[in-house]
Design a protein around this ligand. Structure first.
Ligand code: ATP
Ligand code: MG
Length: 405
């Protein structure tokens, strides 16, 4: 039998249930984020009950199920078919869902299988185990490519008995996990065109942080295509949250001034300190309370413990470094899975390659940075950079989706 499209998508959100008093806030933000993410595909109706969200997808269930794999806070998604809360009706529906699932097993192969039910409504006449057994006995027939295995089933026919309806499914897609974006505040990410900082931004989003992006760009030394590349990264990252705001900050005047101040070995560290000062000011404008960078430990000369300390000393906010414990290969794998690697991997010069020191300092000292900066007009350079900063809104919500949050 060929099944009709699923009636709803059952969305599970693991970690939220642990958050006690904040749970209602988390659920509200998750529901808003789901509605926003789906809006450009189809308007969806949501129902909330017992640590689950039911999304009614108005016929676009595949596209919406796929889109939900980019909504943080969701642990898994199942297309579901409904039945009245009554054993016979559940058996009939379960049989049809199973027949449909069997169609995707290639001829000659078998799958280990079990029925797994959960009762949110304890008034239901059968226990979960009794319902498992009843449904299994009634729908599994000889000749089907199934072998019962209660402990490690490859195929699970799931049943969730709720107050008004039972929901039946045979598929469970993994969600991205994490926490709903927006529940843990806002931060500004210093985004280069490299591989690392986009992954760092994604990891902060995954932990519920809404990210605003800042990139430093040095025309006329560095061409327009380097800026376009960063914009493309922001569009890709913006799929994971509701906004994608990027400030492009002109950085050549700062770099020229630092070059002219001497102490060549310290150039990169002083550039970074200036970036952190400017990013702190943008964070204040954006009501963000931390900075994020793609720094790790020991990956390049500027990322020794001493140099990170010099850089951080110039920031007016906490600096989060989500990649601290990552090897380069781990960062690359993550960049591939989230779709930023192919963009980052196109070689474009970064502004930091300008006036590159021949022998960069490895163990920088804050006092030396301050001596160099005493020869600059730091306040004026920061103000000039902020005045020239261009804000761009690059998100999918900015491209015309009218949604009710
Ligand atoms: P990435 O791959 O993110 O460029 P990286 O390993 O190449 O990182 P660096 O080039 O030393 O390391 O940069 C360290 C961090 O400084 C970056 O991860 C980013 O957060 C920030 N950064 C560097 N260049 C820029 C830039 N042009 N604009 C904004 N932030 C930058
Ligand atoms: Mg870089």
């Amino acid at each position: 039998m060929n099944m009709s499209a699923p009636e709803a998508l059952l969305v599970r959100y693991g970690e939220l249930t642990l958050k006690g008093a904040n749970r209602v806030d988390f659920e509200n933000v998750l529901a808003r984020n789901v509605r926003l993410a789906c809006a450009p595909i189809a308007p969806v109706r949501l129902e909330r009950e017992h640590a689950r969200l039911l999304v009614f997808p108005e016929g676009r269930s595949e596209a919406i199920a796929r889109r939900l794999t980019q909504v943080f806070g969701i642990s898994s998604i199942s297309p579901v078919w409904g039945a009245p809360c009554e054993p016979e009706a559940i058996v009939e529906r379960a049989r049809a869902v199973l027949e449909d699932a069997l169609l995707s097993i290639p001829p000659g192969e078998t799958r280990t299988f079990r029925v797994l039910s959960r009762r949110a409504d304890k008034r239901f006449p059968l226990s979960s185990m009794e319902l498992d057994r009843l449904v299994s006995e009634r729908i599994v027939r000889d000749g089907q490519p199934l072998r019962i295995d209660l402990d490690h089933p490859e195929l699970v026919l799931g049943i969730e008995v709720r107050e008004t309806r039972a929901w039946i499914y045979a598929r469970r897609d993994a969600g991205p996990g994490g926490l709903p974006v927006g529940t843990l505040g806002r931060a500004v990410c210093l985004l280069s065109g490299g591989i690392d900082s986009p992954v760092a931004a994604w990891m902060a989003m995954k932990r519920g942080c809404e990210v605003v992006f800042v990139t430093f760009h040095s025309p006329p030394y560095i061409g327009e295509s380097a800026k376009q590349k960063v914009m493309e990264l922001v569009r890709t990252l913006g799929r994971w949250q509701r906004s994608a705001r990027l400030y492009v900050v002109p950085f050549a005047p700062v770099q020229e001034a630092v070059r002219d101040a001497g102490a060549e070995a310290y150039r990169t560290v002083v550039y970074r300190r200036m970036m952190h000062r400017i990013a702190t000011r943008i964070a204040e404008l954006e009501r963000a309370s931390a900075l994020i960078t793609g720094e790790s430990l020991g990956q390049v000369a500027s990322q020794t413990m001493e140099n990170l300390a010099c850089i951080e000393a110039a920031a007016g906010l906490p600096v989060l470094r989500p990649l601290l414990g990552f090897d380069k290969q781990e960062t690359i794998s993550r960049a591939e899975s989230i779709g930023t690697y192919a963009i980052s991997n196109v070689q474009e010069p970064d502004c930091c390659s300008l006036f590159l020191p021949r022998h960069p300092v490895l163990r920088g000292q804050v006092a030396v940075c301050e001596e160099i900066e005493a020869r600059l007009d730091v306040g004026a350079l920061v103000a000039q950079a902020l005045a020239g900063a261009e804000p761009h809104n690059l998100g999918w919500t900015a491209r015309g989706a009218k949604v009710r949050a």
